[in-house]
Design a protein around this ligand. Structure first.
Ligand code: PGA
Length: 230
């Protein structure tokens, strides 16, 4: 089981350090944190496995606001998220860019958590499988035979809304995704200590990508413990 915490644009270095002072990582589960760029060094220093929230595909160049795989490697960062729905929805990130980011990160020896998921409009119009197919196939093409790739199924309507996919919805989507690309698949979208055990207990759910509930050491540790107990 893998539990990854996506801090989004929360916690500068001082807050990150105080998180790591009180966070106790249980045995029996792999744990990753994804802090904002400014707090990557603090996370790496703590000894926890650290992923960036995004990564560019070129090693250097005129790409204002971006950061490259070798720069992350130099910092001691272990991997990166790519294709988070907030990148796709708020910053116009497209499948082609997601695929290039994933490919470059993997080539540089970084791990990748690649996020996919449908919006509520796409689900209600019956397009969930179409959307997942397009997103997963772009990532699969880019990933080739590189192994250090995990997918995260994050239905956009469940992110930060308090509304989780039902265990059946999550199970169905995970099975569908694994049919397209046989890799571990994390579930993301309003995972909390109260619902973690039920979601993580579903077949085909290999862990969780946690946003809001990863910001408090106690709630993140509780989710990690739920995973360790399965
Ligand atoms: P949430 O976010 O747990 O706050 O819903 C999940 C994510 O965006 O990765």
């Amino acid at each position: 089981m893998l539990i990854a915490g996506n801090w989004k644009m929360f916690k500068g270095p001082a807050e990150a350090r105080s998180f790591f002072e009180s966070f106790e990582q249980p045995d029996g589960v792999d744990v990753i944190v994804c802090p904002p760029f400014a707090s990557l060094a603090a996370a790496v220093e703590s000894g926890i496995t650290t992923y960036a929230q995004n990564v560019h595909w070129e090693p250097t160049g005129a790409y204002t606001g971006e950061i490259s795989p070798p720069m992350l490697r130099e910092l001691g960062v272990h991997g990166a998220l790519v294709g988070h729905s907030e990148r796709r929805q708020l910053f116009g990130e497209r499948d082609e860019a997601v695929a290039r980011r994933a490919r470059a990160a993997l080539e540089a020896g970084l791990g990748v958590i690649a996020c996919v998921g449908e919006t509520i409009e796409q689900r209600e119009s019956g397009d969930t499988e179409l959307v997942l197919t397009i997103q997963v196939e772009a990532i699969a093409f880019a990933a080739g035979t590189y192994e250090n790739l995990v997918l995260a199924y994050e239905p956009v309507w469940a992110i930060g809304t308090g509304r989780t996919a039902t265990p059946e919805q999550a199970r169905e989507a995970h099975a569908f995704i694994k049919g397209l690309l046989d890799r571990p698949v994390l579930y993301g979208g309003s995972v909390k200590p109260e619902n973690a055990a039920e979601l993580l207990g579903q077949p085909g759910i290999d862990g969780a990508l946690v946003g809001g509930a990863s910001l408090e050491p106690d709630s993140f540790a509780a989710i990690c413990r739920a995973a360790a107990e399965l």
